[in-house]
Design a protein around this ligand. Structure first.
Ligand SMILES: CC(C)(COP(=O)(O)OP(=O)(O)OC[C@H]1O[C@@H](n2cnc3c(N)ncnc32)[C@H](O)[C@@H]1OP(=O)(O)O)[C@@H](O)C(=O)NCCC(=O)NCCS
Length: 397
């Protein structure tokens, strides 16, 4: 008889971690055991569950306790990962039971949202997840940014190793978490990986001593490529300062490749920039993130324009029920209700509601994708409460 239990500390090594090399690594992985012991500290406060039978681990899933900004409000978010079932035990429901248990556990710990990278989205759609937009990669030559070198900007850029700049980097991430829709903040025990690896530079743009932009990057060789991670900034001046800094690498590197948000338009950074901006979704190698609400409380207190709608959330253990979403005072209140009054009403799946909350779907997209039944008046109300807005799912630690 199998049972689910939580494991922690070193116990992960001979339980959950026994499934990781087979499920996620290349063959052979003779050094897997050493590598896994090395990453153990970065799992310290993760929530790790296993399915066990006769002392053998059949399946596992983990969750990183993170925070995420949803429409201006930072809240607890669980980043689910490492779902794996031993081949002989697949298609017996272990994965599903682990997902359901993990959702309950993470909700009990106060997390209102959950995200994951799917091996295939169809599997997670049935657990209420909806796809979020992929970040883009922009690729261009540093010479393309040369016009920026003639501009005098009110600020400066300094660079240092990520280890030296770690505290600055974390403080800026904390700031973005409070302000940027979709932004994710990793816990300290996991973010320490970046500092310990010390394999990145950190460029930091400041105006009057205040940080207005940051980017981590590495150079793969003289005449090679400068690989920049997420372009983070709080103002266009911050972005321009960082781009000016990148322009200074002309004829040191031949190309710059940088990760940008889905609603960033690199072709507008300077006149005449030749740039390839791309995002390729493939499964399981390059999947767009998926996300869901774990609780209706995620919507409470979000700023909105005046509107009011009743929603029936269906087919979901955590969210199912009828609710009045009322934004007539400028923030959303959520009240469980039995009413069938004159208020417009919509029927939504958890994935549909999550798509509205994350700002990636219009109410009529829900109809088009079979994620809900929304008539014209309910669509107007839902669109007013939860208008489209692109989540910047940045903040990998
Ligand atoms: C993905 C994985 C964890 C699924 O585990 P599992 O224990 O077999 O999952 P379940 O038995 O709970 O499956 C639940 C449902 O999903 C379906 N399903 C399972 N694996 C699937 C797959 N690879 N593709 C499509 N559907 C799948 C099953 O048919 C089942 O539906 P059903 O009960 O209606 O038949 C397992 O195949 C695995 O370890 N894969 C390799 C590692 C991996 O990709 N992990 C996911 C990381 S995001």
């Amino acid at each position: 008889m199998s049972k689910i239990r939580q494991v922690s500390g070193d116990e992960r090594l001979h339980t959950a971690f026994t499934l990781y090399p087979y499920a996620f690594d290349a063959t052979p992985s003779a050094t897997a055991a050493d590598e896994l012991r090395g990453v153990l500290p970065y799992h310290e406060d993760n929530h790790t569950l296993i399915v066990e039978e006769d002392g053998r681990t059949l399946a596992t899933v983990g969750a990183i306790p993170m925070r995420q900004n949803l429409r201006g409000r930072a809240m607890g978010m669980a980043a689910l990962a490492w779902l794996a079932t031993r081949p002989g035990a697949r298609r017996q429901g272990h994965g599903r039971q682990l997902m359901q248990q993990m959702h309950r556990d993470m909700l009990d710990k106060g997390n209102l949202l959950a995200v994951l990278y799917p091996f295939h989205p169809a599997y997670y759609s049935r657990f209420g997840y909806i796809g979020l937009p992929l970040n883009r990669t922009a690729s261009f030559t540093p010479q393309g940014l040369a016009p920026l070198l003639d501009v005098t900007l009110p600020g400066e850029v300094s660079w240092q190793s990520i280890r030296e700049g770690f505290d600055t980097w974390r403080a800026f991430q904390r700031q973005l978490l409070e302000h940027r829709h979709g932004y994710m903040f990793t816990p300290d025990f996991r973010a320490a990986r970046a500092s310990n690896a010390d394999d990145r530079w950190l460029a930091c743009a400041t105006v009057d001593g205040e940080v207005v932009g940051l980017v981590t990057y590495r150079v793969d060789g003289y005449g090679g490529t400068l690989h920049a991670d997420e372009l983070l900034y709080t103002s266009p001046i911050g972005r321009a300062l960082l781009l000016q800094f990148l322009a200074q690498h002309a004829y040191q590197v031949s190309r710059i490749v940088i990760t940008v948000a889905p609603d960033e338009f690199p072709e507008t950074w300077v006149t005449g920039l030749e740039v390839l901006t791309s995002a390729e979704a493939t499964f399981p190698a390059s999947p767009p993130m998926m996300g869901r609400l774990l609780s209706m409380d995620a919507l409470r207190g979000l700023r909105c324009a005046a509107a009011r709608v009743e929603v029936d959330v269906v087919d979901d253990d955590l969210l199912a029920g009828r609710y009045l979403l009322d934004g007539t005072d400028g923030t959303i209140t959520v009240t469980a209700t039995d009413a069938t009054g004159p208020t417009p009403r919509a029927t939504l799946t958890a994935a549909g509601l999550s798509g509205l909350a994350y700002g990636v779907l219009d109410p009529l997209d829900l109809v088009a994708r079979g994620l809900g039944e929304v008539d014209a008046e309910a669509a107007v109300q839902l669109r007013t409460l939860l208008p489209r807005c692109t989540p910047h799912a940045f903040g990998k630690g």
